[in-house]
Design a protein around this ligand. Sequence first.
Ligand SMILES: Cc1cc2nc3c(=O)[nH]c(=O)nc-3n(C[C@H](O)[C@H](O)[C@H](O)COP(=O)(O)O)c2cc1C
Length: 364
Amino acid sequence: MTSMFSSVKMGDLTLKNRVFMAPLTRNRAHNESAVPSGMAKIYYAQRASAGLIISEASQVSPMGKGYVGTPGIYDETQVRGWKEINDAVHAEGGKIFMQLWHVGRISHTSLLPDNQKPLAPSAIRAQAQTYTESGMADVSEPKAMTEDEIKQTIADYKHAAQCAKDAGFDGIEVHAANGYLIDQFIRDKTNQRTDNYGGSIENRARFLFEVLDAVLEIWPAGKVGIRLSPTGTFNDIADSAPEETFGTIITKLNDYNLAYLHMVERFPGIGADNKDIKIIEDLLKLWNGFYIANGDYDAMRAQDAVDAGHADAITFGRPFIANPDLPKRLEIGAELNEPDQDTFYGGGKEGYIDYPFLEDSEAA
Ligand SMILES: Cc1cc2nc3c(=O)[nH]c(=O)nc-3n(C[C@H](O)[C@H](O)[C@H](O)COP(=O)(O)O)c2cc1C
């Protein structure tokens, strides 16, 4: 039996356990400056016992923003804000990766500079909603990116990767999951381009690999991970042949020797059927590196997945929101605090930095 709670090597890092914290958008950053809030320092430091923290998704540029109150990683003030967070996590003995994000078409003109239309591979509006300053709204109709805009966006990823390095992160995760920009290029429902970035799987994957090549000019491969969601439908995304599309991508990713592949296997509120689970298992047969599994894992399923060789580590999302000391609780089989969905997105310290640690509950 491989212990979930002993150290593990992943890429260039040695991590203290296999209980990782999933990327979790919490919409508490300063909306205009996109600087993380002071509370975020406490929030992340409280969770430093995770083997690895993956930060909330952070936009690589102002055009990459899709929701109110999400942090950015493209200017000096944001770098300073993140540096304080990273210093606090490191002081507690934790490790933290930055999740680099561009939402593409999942945005609203009111969130973008000069009320521009969101960028996307093709001008196809998503049947999806986003959270704006005036509440939930249907996402806006996007514009199809020109080749110059594609080049600029790749340069934005590279710049953000440098900012993440300057801010003292231990590595970066390229967010290519959940129906955001990179995923929009990958899948044929959202990519109907007829140039080098559309059509064949190789062309649809071109944007992803150009982004990877760009960030790898800043970071060694052993400190770069990637997140995919081959069976996901969130944000109105779909592909006519996910096994083939993602099979081609994962096979090619092997050549990159990345720190890890991270997949969302199940989505909150959406039951994964057997077909989806089989797709993930088949795709994993192609992958030679470190694998992080995510989605609805509890202590037992996580341990089983590690023992069966299905995964090298597990990211926990909602359990980590409610349990800052999740690894300890899982290890000793302690009761878990229940997450409060009403405080997931936005708000103050309630439901953010006030979930009790085990010691607090015992003292009470
Ligand atoms: C409040 C909330 C915010 C999320 N934000 C992100 C995000 O920023 N980036 C991302 O890739 N996934 C995000 N997700 C998805 C989670 O990382 C994870 O895939 C999902 O919660 C399933 O894992 P769980 O069952 O352990 O919660 C979010 C999920 C929740 C509930």
